[in-house]
Design a protein around this ligand. Structure first.
Ligand code: SF4
Length: 491
């Protein structure tokens, strides 16, 4: 029997999705693992611990009859880490923890990730199969936890750790670790993953998204529905500023995953905005210098994104596998102004600057994806109508030729824990339906798996959950031709 100190299990959304609807639901099982897991696992391995990562959705994708219970019976391990980063995995993470405890009652089960950090006390209160939660950034805290467990040392010195002590009280150790640099971490040690060779290829194929390559940590902005913005991160992980990896380290990673796993394209896990354009120029310059033939998906987090950037981007990355994306969510400047006033003064996506992006994307023939959402806070019926008009206008103008690579994307959104709208739904004129962890766990157990990954957890003043879903689907379908003429990726 193989023996490990720690195994990590990436949970699915539900354990047994309906196989008859496989084609439709497989995308929403979300095969990707939060990339931090690889760095955490690698840190443990470098310190001499035996580590394995198991991706439950990938295992079931490769073999629909794969059984976690059977697999667990073939290995021995002391600690099981389960990522609960995206709230969509709330039910799956709890179920995996239950199965692990049933099979191996003496194993310690530890959760980590944004959602686990946000709900740490509720999770420990309501779910006995969870022994502890690493909050915020995990590499050093988990290492310390594993060392302390191995040496039978008390757990009160483990940074960022919440747990039940021997008297069954929930203890919350201080949030004292936040990484100062990321350059000592290895985000691409995918070899620790079971079925590693399938990870990049199958994930990109099924999800229609390129593999995420970590560039930094943190975000200086506060978009209304995002649980990874500046204030959310300050609360969850104590991170008060953005750190970016050195461009040379990023180049090492690109070279490695390209050579080892034949990756054709990657998604930069950090966006472009005026304050970091210099960083992107340096990185793109190095990619050119190294002659790395690869595609890339880059998000624009804030405007402007000048013509010069388009030029460098198009010179650096292959046309076929590359795109630039932006998420104004609506074209209504009134909505943007309201959001700028109550939660983020930088939330501005003026129509003339969107038009400039379209012009430059056409000029440099690089795919531009503009993400809209029906059901964004403060949208009126007229705003929704105008967004439909904009989408249809783009479809007629650019949708019929691959020479005009503009894609209008539409998706319903989930209000993530810790986001400005989750914290203060009333200020955003939103009726938030579920805000405790047990409610969310049940919600994701029952939420229909569909083409759209997000499950809607709110109504606005003018739109119910159902109409938000239907209208986003309609907008998506009415502009689908723009997607078909620019490729099938959804990043
Ligand atoms: S959605 Fe907004 S707040 Fe969240 S990571 Fe992106 S830019 Fe930052």
């Amino acid at each position: 029997m193989k023996s490990f100190d720690v195994i990590f299990i990436h949970p699915p959304r539900v354990l047994n999705p309906d196989h008859k609807k496989r084609a439709k639901t497989v995308r929403s099982v979300y095969l990707f693992i939060p990339m931090g897991i690889f760095a955490i696992a690698d840190t443990l391995e470098r310190e001499g611990f035996g580590v394995k990562i198991v991706n439950y959705p990938l295992e079931r994708y490769l073999n629909p009859n794969w059984s976690l219970k059977d697999y667990l019976r073939t290995i021995d391990f002391k600690i099981c880490g389960i990522d609960l980063h995206w709230i969509h995995n709330a039910h799956g993470a709890i179920e995996i923890a239950r199965i692990v405890k049933e099979e191996k009652p003496n194993v310690k089960v530890i959760l980590g990730g944004f959602s686990a950090s946000y709900f740490h006390t509720q999770i420990l209160k309501y779910y006995r199969s969870i022994d502890g939660i690493i909050r915020g950034e995990g590499e050093i805290p988990l290492l310390k936890y594993v060392q302390n467990i191995n040496q039978n040392h008390p757990l009160d010195s483990v940074p960022n750790f919440s747990y039940r002590n021997s008297s069954n009280h929930i203890k919350t150790n201080p949030l004292s670790y936040t990484a100062k640099t990321l350059d000592n971490l290895n985000f691409t040690n995918v070899s620790l993953l079971k079925n590693a060779k399938h990870y990049f290829e199958d994930c990109s194929k099924v999800m229609g998204i390129s593999v995420n390559l970590p560039i930094g940590r943190g975000c200086p902005f506060n978009c209304p529905f995002c649980g990874g913005g500046q204030r959310a991160l300050q609360n969850l992980s104590g991170r008060d500023k953005v750190i970016l990896r050195s461009p040379e380290k990023v180049i090492d990673d690109i070279t490695f995953i390209k050579d080892t796993y034949k990756v054709q394209s990657l998604f930069f896990g950090h966006g472009a905005y005026p304050a970091n354009l210099k960083y992107w120029k340096t990185l793109f310059g190095l990619i050119q210098k190294e002659k790395l033939d690869i595609g890339a998906d880059l998000e624009i987090w804030r405007l402007p994104f000048p013509k010069e950037m388009w030029k460098i981007f198009s010179k650096t990355f292959s046309r076929r596998y590359s795109s630039v994306g932006i998420s104004p969510r609506t074209l209504s400047s009134k909505v943007h102004q309201k959001i700028a006033k109550i939660c983020d003064p930088t939330f501005k996506f003026p129509e003339n600057q969107i038009e400039d992006l379209i012009k430059n994307a056409n000029l440099f023939r690089r795919t531009l994806r503009i993400w809209l959402t029906v059901g964004f806070p403060f949208q009126t019926r007229l705003d929704v109508q105008k967004d439909f008009n904009f989408g249809v206008k783009c479809m007629l103008k650019y949708g019929r030729t691959i020479l005009k690579p503009i894609t209008i994307m539409s998706e319903p959104y989930h209000i993530f824990p810790g986001s400005p709208a989750f914290e203060s739904p009333k200020i955003f004129d939103i009726n938030l339906k579920y805000n405790s962890f047990p409610q969310l766990e049940r919600f994701f157990k029952q939420a229909k798996m569909s083409f759209f990954y997000n499950a809607i957890n709110y109504d606005t003043k003018i739109l119910s959950q159902t109409s938000i879903r239907t209208l986003n689907m309609l907008l998506f379908l009415s502009t689908a031709l723009t997607l078909m003429t620019t490729g099938s990726k959804f990043s």
